[in-house]
Write a protein that binds this ligand. Structure first.
Ligand SMILES: C[S@@+](CC[C@H](N)C(=O)[O-])C[C@H]1O[C@@H](n2cnc3c(N)ncnc32)[C@H](O)[C@@H]1O
Length: 250
């Protein structure tokens, strides 16, 4: 499958071969999935109320990019008022796991094995295929910055009027180089004593080959220059994880 990650297909191997390691990170909340998920849910509930007040339909068409096995989002997706869900991931083997984790839901789901940038480039066939809500959790940092900007440039076509793009991801601090970021994060990984050394090694090697987080302020400034309104909803205590909301004015 065509893949636009800087690390190419290798960047998926940790997910294709070892979801167990990622599940341990989540179970022990080492990457603050819990707080990020809470901030996401809180904002979505408030936004649903805002939509109702504005007379917009409550039932949402949603797309989750880099869905993985829906580790983070499944509980929320079981409660959100969706009219349809499209879940996209470049690792095709993970999609049946995502479907199983979500379980039965009262709306149709489409499971797509596809690179997220290619998904953005493919554009909706017609307006009725636009999404009210697009989420991308821990997926975008695999792309080079230029491709992240391209993603931001293309996404308005995919978003219905009044829609929201919510990106939860890893970010560098202002002025921090990728190497400085990696070394700072690796200190953190090395302190994760709940993981066995081979699992810590796997995480470190994956980061070295595949993680290219944007600088946070540059990401927001670039999005603004492309016509997005930007609001940081949450920043993790380690100055790496963050959740940002983007929307088109008007
Ligand atoms: C860290 S997991 C996150 C999974 C899920 N979003 C979550 O937060 O629990 C990263 C996921 O991104 C997927 N991924 C990585 N690069 C991608 C790309 N270019 N396009 C689509 N999916 C990608 C991987 O296959 C993996 O499932």
């Amino acid at each position: 499958m065509a893949i636009r990650n800087v690390g190419g297909g290798d960047s998926l191997s940790i997910f294709e071969r070892s979801w167990q390691t990622y599940h341990q990170l989540v179970a022990h909340d080492l990457m603050q999935h819990h707080a990020l998920g809470q901030a996401l849910e809180q904002r979505l509930l408030a936004w649903l109320t805002e939509r109702e007040v504005a007379g917009l339909p409550r039932a949402l068409a949603m797309t989750d990019l880099a869905c993985g096995d829906l580790t983070t989002l499944a509980p929320l997706l079981q409660r959100l008022p969706l009219r349809e869900l499209e879940a996209v991931d470049a690792a095709s083997g993970v999609l049946p796991q995502a479907e199983a984790r979500l379980g039965p839901v009262p709306y149709p789901c489409r499971w797509r094995a596809m690179d997220l940038l290619l998904w953005a480039e493919s554009g909706p066939v017609n307006l009725s295929e636009q999404s009210d809500l697009i989420t991308c959790l821990f997926g975008l940092h695999h792309l080079a910055d230029a491709d992240k900007w391209r993603f931001l440039e293309l996404l308005p076509r995919q978003l219905a009027p009044g829609g929201r793009l919510l990106i939860g991801d890893l970010f560098r601090q202002p002025g921090e180089t990728r190497q400085q970021y990696l070394e700072r994060y690796w200190d953190r990984v090395n302190s994760w004593s709940v993981l066995l050394p081979p699992s810590r090694r796997l995480v470190i090697d994956h980061m070295a080959s595949s993680d290219y987080p944007a600088e946070d302020e540059q990401f927001a400034a670039m999005a603004e220059s492309l016509g997005w309104q930007v609001r940081w909803l949450w920043r993790g205590p380690d100055q790496a994880e963050g959740l940002v909301e983007l929307w088109r004015p008007g």
